[in-house]
Design a protein around this ligand. Sequence first.
Ligand code: GAR
Length: 210
Amino acid sequence: MLKVLVCVSGGGTNLQALIDGVESGLVRDTEIVRVISNNKNAYALTRARQHGIENVCVSPGDFPDRAAFHEAFLQAVEEAAPDLVVLAGFLVVIPEQMIHKYRNRILNIHPSLIPSFCGTGYYGLKVHEKVLERGVKVTGATVHFVDEGTDTGPILLQQAVEVKAGDTPQSLQRRVMEEAEWVLLPRAVELFAQGMITVRDGRAEIACRQ
Ligand code: GAR
């Protein structure tokens, strides 16, 4: 069984897609062992609770400084002893120590086609606002491994999504979630669980099925 830890900050629709994937058997040999949120009001925590998944909140505001928060966060991660960490709308920068320890074992979902509309300041609805401002006709989502940079790690999966006339950031966000994010994230975890992924020279490759 692949033990997966999911980190969240908000609504948790990507967490839900993963839960649904595991419960339906689309994502095999996988158990979501813990959900960590930095925000105690995140609806994602309720989703975890509803599905009997252990959940904890580790909030920066509850600690005197960043170092103390990082220590508590790392402890909450270590306790779960995960094989894979999934950042599903987690809006906190991961401590460098954790990136080293879990190299090629942390996946992030980002709501654009990296390397477009990513990096510092590009998260959540802001990404879709920038996409509409720039007037691109195609956007999408990316699942990638996390390295020391912001959205710079090896790309695993991408899915393009059409930008339509009259889109608002909200309507575009919804389409990107439905057509890309909620499909890609469970697929990425299934590929990981089945040992289908190799990362070499900063590039993620998927083995061909026999
Ligand atoms: C998702 O669109 C995810 O791609 C994005 O936050 C949203 C979380 O929604 N993540 C980022 O922007 C990370 N840079 P959710 O809580 O409903 O899954």
